[in-house]
Design a protein around this ligand. Structure first.
Ligand code: ADP
Ligand code: MG
Length: 445
């Protein structure tokens, strides 16, 4: 993409209403525009990041054997009357009446609808296990939407639902989700710690939230600092292997890590004092096992191998896709702007032309652009007729992890400059070497 032809409405001033850094930078970098309280348009730069995060979520869900689909945003109220949640859910649910005076709602989550789909089409234990998921807009009429996309009213979420014959199988689905979530967040350059949590309106006994540590997080968290040493890394896992998935859960939940809702001071105080941490975190996902809470009232039954009709065991699993955009910025920025991890960056590399209109410089930039594109990478080429300082400031603000700077003086010596946004370190090399360097950096990302 050439910046001169792109739509990147960068703001020079800090927006007054943005209280936290991710909200500020998302507005300043032209990623979002607020349309109503807690409701945003995703401008091209923000949309690219949102889609990259969504793509990682899909890849890791599919790797775990989960099946993508798509359910609508609007749902009939009757489904929610069957589960008993229509009256329970309260004012967070946006209720709508259509022209035929039918009660509808904008879905805050999809347990009822997926259970309805299941009961219409599945009747035998032979069709289990089954996990279906979608990535779809949700609406919750939050009393205090704030911090930009972190606590929106309309937000983008991956929600998945497992159907299993037995509690044991459903707990395997729970463990499988935990493993796939660890992989998902690490690919985004994040450490998200699974913490024992409270189940809230979803219901159920077993639940973990995934929290990214950040001073601006809305949740208070208590943990043993030893937990931050754990990394899933690039280990291979067989998602059908119950013991292997349980082993990962045990490893990642072996240390004390809880949100304020489940915090237990007596247990916490047994951890050596130098390892006790009280901090704040951003909830970027949650997994639940809730057994037959929906299958029983809604009649989602299968026939087991003895010919008996039994309700299926279920769980649900969510990732806050739009919130993650803000969470990643909270975890990765400096005073100049965003620093995107390679896994989610909107463009792989920036190209800065220091002397637009100089024939040799323009030609070198075009060559780099073409060579990166040919390698399957997406560069953002700042080809505007602007001062170098302004170009660098824009690049630093939008946070592409790598930049190639091209100017007549360097070119005279056959060199361009490759700069890391994270460390600020630069290295001079030939055009070809610069292209190879960038391509190598993205191998395996
Ligand atoms: N108002 C919101 N704005 C943005 N993301 C949200 C919002 N509410 C929930 N999410 C994201 O969706 C994920 C799954 O939702 P869920 O656990 O049902 O939410 P909650 O714990 O707030 O009830 C959360 O972990 C969070 O990352
Ligand atoms: Mg939650």
């Amino acid at each position: 993409m050439r910046l001169s032809r792109y739509f990147l409405p960068v703001l020079k001033e800090n927006p007054a209403d943005a209280q936290i850094v991710s909200h500020r930078y998302m507005l300043r970098a032209g990623m979002i525009k607020q349309q109503a309280a807690g409701i945003y348009s995703w401008l091209p730069m923000g949309f690219r990041v949102l889609k990259r995060i969504e793509e990682i979520v899909h890849q890791e869900q599919i790797r775990a054997g989960h099946i993508p689909m798509l359910m609508p945003t609007l749902q009939p109220a009757d489904l929610w009357r069957e589960s008993g949640r229509y009256d329970d859910y309260g004012e967070e649910m946006l209720r709508i009446t259509d022209r035929h005076k039918r009660d509808m709602l904008y879905g805050p989550t999809n347990e009822e609808m997926i259970t309805d789909i299941f009961r219409a089409h599945v009747g035998s234990y032979k069709d289990l296990p089954l996990t279906l998921y979608h990535v779809q807009w949700k609406f919750r009429d939050e009393i205090r939407p704030r911090f930009g996309v972190m606590r929106g009213r309309e937000f983008y979420m991956k929600d998945g639902y497992n159907f299993d014959l037995t509690k044991e199988d459903a707990l395997h689905a729970y463990n499988r989700h935990l493993v796939s979530y660890l992989r998902t967040y690490e690919r985004m350059g994040l450490q998200a710690i699974p913490m024992r949590a409270d189940s809230g309106p979803i219901g159920g006994d077993d639940t973990h939230e995934f929290l990214v540590l950040a001073a601006t997080g809305e949740s208070e968290v208590f943990y043993d600092s030893a937990i931050t040493d754990l990394k899933f890394g690039d280990r291979e896992i067989d998602y059908d292997d119950h013991a292997a998935c349980r082993g990962v859960l045990e490893e990642f939940t072996s240390r004390y890590a809880r949100t304020d809702e489940t915090h237990d001071e007596a247990v916490f105080s047994q951890i050596p004092e130098e390892r006790r941490r009280v901090a704040r975190g951003i909830e970027v996902g949650q997994i639940f096992y809730f057994g037959t809470k929906y299958s029983e009232p809604m009649g989602a039954m299968v026939v087991n191998d003895k010919g008996e009709r039994v309700p299926v065991h279920m769980g649900s699993h969510g990732i806050g896709v739009s919130r993650l955009v803000g969470a990643i910025i909270e975890a990765s920025h400096d005073e100049k702007g965003i620093i995107w991890p390679e896994g989610v960056t909107p463009f792989h590399c920036g190209i800065v032309n220091l002397k637009q209109g100089d024939a040799a410089t323009d030609a070198a930039c075009a060559e780099i652009y073409g060579a990166l594109t040919a390698k399957g990478l997406e560069p953002l080429y700042d080809d505007r007729d602007e001062r170098a300082g302004a170009k660098f400031a824009t690049m630093d603000l939008i946070g592409l992890p790598w930049r190639i700077t091209v100017g007549p003086r360097g070119l005279a010596a056959g060199k361009v400059e490759v700069t890391s946004r994270r460390t600020g370190e630069s290295e001079e090399m030939s055009v070809l070497a610069a292209v190879d360097r960038i391509a190598a950096l993205y191998k395996g990302v």
